[in-house]
Write a protein that binds this ligand. Structure first.
Ligand code: SIN
Ligand code: CO
Length: 387
């Protein structure tokens, strides 16, 4: 494996993972000294007016500490009516809509693809922020312009007090352990459940949040049991041919419990099935209702003809999630946007290469027909595209 460049200055990625990831916050001054922000305030406001884009406006009234939350899509009037201070606009999944954001996101691939959620970008006026809160996710907050004061500290959970009747989570009696003012290029890592409050100290504050996600146990259990359940026939049932006479027919005995545990284990111990479910589950697109499939389906012969004319640059769709599971030597299962493809031989290299690189160049004669057939499927599903 090639040495991973570190966005943590003189802290290596390995040290970051051992000492900070999911454990404690870390401030890195000047982590991205030459960052050219792919989206500025005007483009962000434009995105927030688009139908398919998830956007929020949070406005605080500092006089009575009231908070207001509006959901997009917005329009020019929304922005014209905003007060001068104390508001912030937040736009999710900016990387899905702005391909130039890929370079920044790629710097965080020391975390597996499937844990990545999205790039959220916020713009805040003086005093703007979303209030003291915690998230269940890891986030890297990168200041790209203006200044933001970050107050950080304490672990919180669902049982922690929060201000009632507020449209956003506000931790009452907020007392931070650290206060840092971030300037352009600075980055702050916040682990899940750590309280934080970012308040803009300028009129042009922009923060990029590279966010990660982790499925809840409830989501994992529901999704896995649905996946297994859909494949089973009604004849797969609890059986008890060795049933012994019980003193009380009302008793549910330990054998029944063991029998049920064995049923669960039977499915859990099947690695092939468990990995297929996990890969499909975690690569499901963030916005499954958005149709990303190609406008016109192509066939293998068309791809071959295009290759005969010259090399092709293929890019992963910015909103697509790619991962793979190694099933054996030269056999992998590729997952892309909730679908899976078993690949063997040279097709494995294509699959793993797509998981590693946002863009790949395809030459004529380099790949087998099986590999090209995989590409045709990915192109038709909209998981990859070709300029
Ligand atoms: C932001 O205001 O840009 C980040 C919001 C957050 O703390 O989650
Ligand atoms: Co947060």
């Amino acid at each position: 494996m090639t040495e991973q460049p570190s966005p943590f200055g003189n802290i290596s990625v390995e040290t970051f993972l051992q000492e900070y990831w999911q454990k404690k916050p870390l401030l890195i001054r000047n982590a991205f000294p030459d960052l050219e922000a792919p989206v500025g305030p005007d483009e962000l406001a434009g995105l927030a007016c688009e139908e398919d884009v998830e956007a929020r406006l949070v406005v605080q009234n500092p006089e009575n500490d009231d908070w207001e939350l509006q959901h997009g899509p917005f329009n020019e009037e929304t922005f014209a009516e905003l007060p001068e201070k104390n508001w912030t606009l937040l736009v999710q999944a900016v990387d899905h809509w702005v391909p130039e954001a890929t370079d920044l996101v790629e710097q965080f691939r020391f975390i597996p693809n499937w844990r990545y959620d999205d790039l959220m970008v916020s713009f805040a006026s003086q005093g703007g922020g979303v209030g003291p809160h915690y998230d269940n996710y890891d986030v890297f907050l990168i200041q790209t312009q203006g200044k933001r004061r970050w107050e950080v500290g304490g672990f919180f959970d669902q049982n922690s007090p929060r201000r009632p009747n507020m449209p956003v989570m506000i931790i009452p009696d907020w007392e931070p352990e650290h206060t840092w003012v971030l300037e352009p290029g600075d980055m702050l890592y916040i682990p899940p459940q750590v309280g934080h409050n970012g308040v803009s100290e300028s009129d042009d504050c922009m923060t990029y949040s590279v966010g990660f996600r982790a499925p809840s146990h409830a989501e994992i259990l529901r999704s896995f049991t649905d996946f297994v359940g859909e494949k089973l026939t009604s004849e797969s049932r609890y059986t008890d041919p060795g049933l012994a006479l019980q003193a009380n027919p009302g008793q549910i005995g330990p054998e029944a419990l063991q029998q049920v545990r064995d049923i669960f284990n039977q499915y859990l111990n099947d690695d092939k099935q468990l990995s297929q479910w996990l890969g499909e589950f975690v690569t499901d697109p963030k916005y499954p209702d958005l149709d990303q499939s190609a406008d016109e389906e192509i066939e293998l012969a068309q791809l071959q003809a295009a290759l005969a004319d010259g090399d092709l640059l293929l890019s992963r769709n910015e909103g697509s999630r790619f991962s793979y599971y190694q099933l054996g030597e030269s056999i992998v299962r590729l997952f892309a946007d909730g679908k899976s493809f078993e690949c063997s031989g040279v097709t494995c290299s294509l699959a793993t290469s797509l998981c590693q690189n946002p863009n790949i160049v395809i030459n004529q004669g380099e790949w087998s027909d099986d590999a090209l057939t995989l590409l045709v499927e990915l192109l038709n599903n909209g998981s990859v595209y070709c300029e």
